[in-house]
Design a protein around this ligand. Structure first.
Ligand code: MF3
Ligand code: CO
Length: 265
């Protein structure tokens, strides 16, 4: 069942989404070679709690960390660990909060040093595909219009692999609400988009083939071919002319460009 949010509820969800943006901005400021992803996860948990919110991923279906930190060929749901980041790594940081009962859930992929031309392009294109999807996220369109826009740009235009097993989703008092928002699909298909729907749109795009597998830990999703994968996620509210993007990349991008350890694509 799709749950539509009132304007007041959307403002509460914006606060939750922006707390995630703020958290990712903190992360952007601390990233450097030699840092352990577990240290990033600890900062995320502390930062969220210091802001009177709860890290929503922790214990979600038994997920054992505050955040998902997915390095290189890890697509999503990577466990933070003691491995140290090194030059050329890419790292997707996905975090969620519950603030005043409402969820925020968004993600950003960073590059530590220069990841090389191919991967830098994958990062740029995946981020752009998220905005191509958001352009279609307006009342009167259908979920499939968002899906098609992302797939068309990443797969058809750039030849990347679009992950099929994982999808975006509705967001609200629950982390995963209806409808599902695949990153592949047909124009004009799926649920009708209406004002007050809040969606987490999250392209997961592989440099190589689309196939992925889940590790024995039950969570970590990796590309089968071992090539890089990139993940960006925004929370958006459906409106008439143009979606209202509740999360905000601008402070993250600013911190990214000010951090000389990061490669700004
Ligand atoms: N952004 C991810 C999603 O929307 C986060 C969920 S991971 C979990 O599915 F750790 F919470 F399970
Ligand atoms: Co999500």
């Amino acid at each position: 069942m799709i749950l539509y949010k009132t304007d007041e509820q959307v403002e509460l969800m914006r606060k939750a989404a922006l707390l995630v943006s703020k958290t990712l901005t903190e992360v952007a400021g601390m990233l450097k070679p030699g840092i352990q992803t577990l240290a990033i996860d600890n900062l995320i948990g502390t930062f969220i709690r210091d802001h009177h919110a709860v890290p929503s991923f922790l214990n979600y279906h038994g997920y054992p960390f505050n955040s998902c930190i997915s390095v290189n060929d890890v697509v999503v749901h990577g466990f933070p660990n003691k491995r140290e980041l090194k030059e050329g790594d890419i790292i997707s940081v996905d975090a969620g909060v519950i603030l005043n009962g409402w969820h925020g859930d968004h993600a950003y992929t960073f590059a530590i040093g220069d990841p090389g031309k191919e991967v830098a392009q994958l990062i740029r294109v995946t981020k752009e595909s998220l905005y191509k999807g958001i352009e279609k996220a307006v009342a009167g369109n259908r979920v499939g219009d968002i899906s098609f826009a992302i797939q068309d740009f990443t797969e058809k235009k750039h030849g990347y692999g679009v992950v099929r097993e994982l999808v975006g989703h509705g967001l609200g008092k629950d982390l995963h609400e209806d409808p599902q928002v695949p990153n592949y699909g047909k124009r004009g298909s799926g649920a009708k988009l209406k004002e007050g729907m809040v969606l987490a749109i999250e392209p997961m795009i592989n440099l190589g083939k689309k196939e992925v597998y889940t590790e024995d830990d039950g969570w970590t999703v990796r590309t089968k071919d071992g090539k890089a994968s990139v993940h960006f996620e925004h929370d958006v509210c459906i409106r008439k002319e143009k979606a209202d993007i509740l999360s905000d990349y601008s402070p993250i991008e600013k911190a990214e460009s000010l951090n000389s350890n990061l490669f700004s694509s």
